[in-house]
Ligand binder design. Structure first.
Ligand SMILES: *Cc1c(COP(=O)(O)O)cnc(C)c1O
Length: 335
């Protein structure tokens, strides 16, 4: 079986309590259109916000798409969206899908987000800015002050802060201050740390009036009953969640040590993956790894990521398998 270290999934799997909850669904549960799955309330409790501050989404990808749809709907004309590179590909693809233009901001040295450079890319049609903390694919955190400067400078744009990996960094801008920032919306997912990727469940979190703007656009029944009961069980299993975070932290350290030993550049990740600069043969390396049963993600075509692959940092035994292969590749290369 192939070890999937290319999509930042929880390769330990979801909580066993999730499997139990799914098995407990009845024939009539599944045959019923649920008006309210209780998911918004579960998520609100998890984040310590009001129910009205939460819109559950069918995976954070859907959240990204409806942010683009909202920008298109509210601008009623051509709009553009700022994408700070290197970035998750869904941002640009969601924007172009709804007829918008993605304006890509190239990365500064060592991937620092340069606020002046972001603001210099803004036009009078900019309705949306995508930021990601910690960023995929670099794993680097974003300063809250930078997010706030961008939000303050662009009151008419929606600032989408993708926190897909914030469970791992332990840092979030979700809190009472969001109420005072109607142009900021936070995207979260339960696919990664909670291991629910295949069930498709995430959330948008923002001031209630902002969430109300999103709510007008979405279809009923987007959150299925399996995702709803699975999420409730996953959120209740704090031990599984803590173990996932501890595994990621241990694996990040192991990967950083291995890179230091092998003379490979990496960056201080706060997520459940590390970006590693393999060199000009990165694509070949990824294919070689796959041939040996471990998939890693070739990211060398992204701006600033020349020669880089992204490796999931999950359970330590999985990380050790990747590191053993990296060492073997390195030994072959330097012979
Ligand atoms: C995985 C990921 C998502 C999407 O999560 P889903 O809930 O599975 O749709 C969004 N943003 C980033 C940065 C991701 O890495």
């Amino acid at each position: 079986m192939t070890l999937r270290l290319h999509y930042n999934e929880n390769t330990a799997g979801c909580s066993p309590a999730v499997i139990e909850a799914l098995a407990g669904l009845s024939a009539s549960d599944i045959a019923t259109y649920m008006e309210d799955t209780g998911t918004a309330a579960d998520i609100a409790r998890w984040f310590g916000v009001a129910d009205e501050s939460v819109l559950p989404v069918n995976g954070l990808d859907e959240g990204i798409l409806i942010a683009a749809q909202l920008a298109a709907f509210e601008s009623r004309a051509r709009f553009d969206a700022i994408v700070v590179e290197p970035a998750f590909e869904m941002y640009a693809s969601a924007v172009t899908t709804v007829g918008g233009e993605a304006r890509r901001v190239s990365p500064a040295n060592d991937f620092a987000v340069d606020v002046a450079r972001v603001l210099a890319s803004v036009t009078n049609r900019t309705r949306l800015v995508f930021l990601c903390d910690p960023n995929n694919p670099t794993g680097l955190g974003l300063d809250r002050a930078d997010i706030e400067s961008i939000a303050d400078a662009l009151p008419a744009a929606l600032i989408f802060v993708d926190e897909a990996y914030a469970d791992f960094s332990g840092r979030s801008i979700i809190g009472p201050q969001l109420a005072a920032r109607p142009n900021v919306v936070v995207g979260r997912t339960f696919a990664k740390a909670h291991g629910l990727a295949a069930l498709r469940i995430g959330a948008l979190v923002a001031a209630p009036a902002t969430i109300a703007r999103f709510r007008r656009l979405v279809l009923p029944y987007r959150i299925n009953i399996a995702a709803a009961v699975a999420l409730r069980a996953a959120l209740a299993d704090r031990a599984h969640f803590s173990r996932t975070l501890a595994d990621a932290a241990a694996s990040r350290s192991l990967l950083a040590e291995a890179c230091a030993r092998l003379g490979l550049r990496t960056w201080p990740s706060k997520a459940n993956f590390c970006l590693v600069r393999i060199g000009p043969r990165a694509a070949e390396f990824a294919a070689w790894m796959e041939g040996r049963g471990v998939r890693v993600r070739d990211r060398s075509s992204l701006p600033g990521c020349e020669g880089c692959v992204r490796i999931t940092a999950g359970p330590v035994p999985h990380t050790r398998m990747a590191i053993a292969l990296m060492e073997e590749w390195h030994a072959n290369e330097s012979r």
